[in-house]
Design a protein around this ligand. Structure first.
Ligand code: 5RP
Length: 260
């Protein structure tokens, strides 16, 4: 792996803990003004100090993030259909590598839709993105997007993660599931979990705890942080689970304390 790529990855995955808390705020790329992110700048400014990087689109980056930010930027570079479409898999690469370099990104990310109508195109796009990104020492995050009809189980997520790794992704983002250990075992590149729909804070902390215990290198979490009653408390608590090996109870205390 080239020096530049390793250097960029080290800005995201802490060399001290080997873990990462990525803050996912790219949801608007197909959901529009998502609950909790309507006023994106207001929502994320207080969270940035507790995240290892932001996962964001170029438009929100340019308009809502201070260029003097200390936060490394992972750029979502795919898009196309909105939530109004039945087929979310109809994605293309929408942001160029030149733009990612111009924006000083430490990585680029896109979704693959295994089992989706456009599965083949999105997987091929991942391969092409890796080809291009590696020319510049840019890591690629592959997101195993799950269609409405797809089960989030070990068999399906294991398939999607492995396919992403086979195409050369440097990090894979997926969902937590029963037997997650098996998904990790079969995917020789670092895995981060998305949080999915908002759930109870303690349950979200438990999910993060389980994922780390099962071998994930961290989270790329959005809604369970920014839709929480107390987003700062929640990201601090997640950070403690990921980087300080905190128990769920200890992390929940951090959340509760911040609430007060
Ligand atoms: C959407 C994404 C989101 O970044 C991802 O789902 C993480 O956010 P959340 O924790 O809200 O699920 O990639 O395709």
């Amino acid at each position: 792996m080239c020096w530049g790529l390793r250097n960029r990855l080290s800005k995201v995955i802490s060399p001290k803990t080997g873990k990462t808390v990525m803050l996912a705020v790219d949801h608007g790329y197909f959901q529009g003004p998502t609950t909790g992110l309507r006023e994106l700048k207001k929502a994320i400014d207080p969270l940035i100090p507790y995240a290892d990087c932001l996962f964001i689109t170029r438009g929100m980056l340019r308009n809502c993030v201070d260029p003097q930010t200390k936060s490394p930027i992972f750029l979502r570079v795919s898009g196309g259909p909105s939530i109004l479409k039945d087929d979310l898999s109809d994605e293309h690469i929408t942001t160029s590598m030149t733009e990612a370099l111009r924006l000083n990104a430490v990585g680029v990310g896109m979704s693959i839709f295994v089992g989706g109508v456009n599965e083949s195109r999105t997987v091929a796009n991942l391969g092409k993105l890796v080809n291009e990104a590696e020319e510049y020492g840019m890591p690629v995050l592959a997101i195993t997007a799950v269609g409405k009809e797809m089960a989030r189980d070990e068999r399906y997520l294991g398939l999607a993660c492995r396919m992403a790794a086979e195409q050369g992704a440097h990090i894979v983002k997926t969902y937590y599931c029963d037997n997650f250990k098996e998904v990790v075992k079969a995917c020789p590149v670092p895995i981060v979990i998305a949080g999915g729909k908002k759930i109870d804070e303690k349950d979200a902390l438990q999910m993060a705890r389980n994922a780390i215990d099962d071998g994930a290198v961290g989270v790329d979490m959005g809604r369970n942080i920014f839709q929480s009653e107390n987003p700062v408390g929640m990201i601090k608590a997640i950070n403690a689970v990921v980087h300080k090996n905190a128990s769920v109870d200890d992390a929940f205390n951090i959340y509760e304390k911040e609430k007060k």
